[in-house]
Design a protein around this ligand. Structure first.
Ligand code: NDP
Length: 300
């Protein structure tokens, strides 16, 4: 059996980031404006701290104006809303990202809905969800992980997505649903699977494109994959790895990678697949948001 091509998300993310840095430098030259990204972190969640540090470092590497607001876990909802309001009004800030999850006493949807849709670089505001669903790509800001997954698919399939059958496993608002909308816009025939789907292996076997966004380690087995299919593994799961030593762990996806490489035509690894693309697309959204706020169109 032939081995799948490994989709190098890290390398593609670097090329996307380089292109963004070049375009940001051009924007600075022509308009004197640096794209501005504000990241808000509430509390001490260790994984969130790592994500925020990466986002800040990447924004700086792209030549952006990057601001981080770190608030203590006992910050009131009122104070967080006040900060979002001030960032909404700040002309140097074009994109606002509030790192999730928020502490339990803060209503997440209240905070996310206060972010002005044109500054909502996570793409979670209902206005952006609606614009994406309507296919209004010149005004929508699209969630970063699905946007990055589409870039990987287009590069892997040479833009030939039209007419392909795609299955998205997972129906969350941040990955599954926007992913399905994007695939539909690429004229794929889209099936959305979830925890109540019957005979998931058969559903997956019918697909030319498989997007796994479940959060269950190695749930999608190799023999579920149609020979030659393209597999995008969004899942990030930490499992114990006693072979690396006592107490050691490693990251794996939602797809049993070692099995799937023998069936798929192309597949993303975990880590090094979708993950790096998510941050690259956050930068792309921030640049897009800045350009739109300056009245520039996609082609100017
Ligand atoms: P959610 O927990 O919000 O959603 C999981 C989805 O999987 C749900 O729709 C659920 O169905 C479905 N599901 C659960 N069990 C099964 C099953 N046995 N069979 C079929 N479907 C099932 O997760 P997210 O969408 O937020 O994240 C998914 C994964 O992607 C996680 O591993 C997460 O860490 C990763 N992730 C990676 C990112 C990256 O940058 N690479 C960014 C964001 C997420 P139902 O709705 O019926 O409950």
């Amino acid at each position: 059996m032939s081995q799948a091509r490994i989709i190098d998300g890290k390398a593609i993310a670097i090329s996307v980031r380089d292109e963004i840095a070049t375009r940001a430098a051009a924007l600075l030259k022509t308009s004197g404006v640096r794209p501005g990204l504000a990241v808000v972190l509430v509390g001490e969640d260790a994984a969130s701290q790592v994500y925020v540090r990466n986002k800040e470092a990447t924004a700086e590497a792209c030549g952006f104006h990057s601001v981080k607001h770190t608030l203590t876990a006992d910050t009131s909802e009122f104070d967080l809303l006040a900060l979002v309001n001030s960032l909404n009004e700040d002309p140097e800030i074009h994109g606002i990202l509030v790192q999730l999850p928020l502490p339990a006493h803060i209503e997440e949807s209240k905070v996310l809905r206060l972010i002005r849709p044109e500054k909502d670089v996570d793409g979670f505001h209902p206005i952006n969800v609606g614009l994406l669903t309507c296919g209004e790509m010149n005004t929508a800001l699209v969630p970063c992980t699905p946007a990055g997954s589409i870039v990987l698919l287009k590069r892997t399939l040479d833009n030939a997505l039209s007419g392909k059958s795609a299955v998205v496993i997972g129906r969350s608002n941040i990955v599954g649903k926007p992913m399905a909308s994007l695939l539909l816009q690429e004229s794929c025939t889209v099936t959305i699977a979830h925890s109540r789907t019957q005979d998931l292996p058969s559903v997956v076997r019918a697909a030319d494109i498989v997007i796994a966004a479940v959060g269950r380690h190695e749930m999608v087995r190799g023999n579920w994959i149609k020979p030659g299919a393209t597999v995008i593994d969004v899942g990030i799961n930490r499992i114990s790895a006693p072979e690396r030593g006592e107490g050691k762990t490693r990251l794996v996806g939602d797809v049993a990678f070692q099995e799937a490489v023998g069936h798929a035509g192309a597949i993303t690894p975990v880590p090094g697949g979708v993950g790096p693309m998510t941050i690259a697309m956050l930068m792309a959204n921030t640049l897009t948001a800045a350009r739109r706020q300056l009245g520039l169109t996609e082609d100017t």
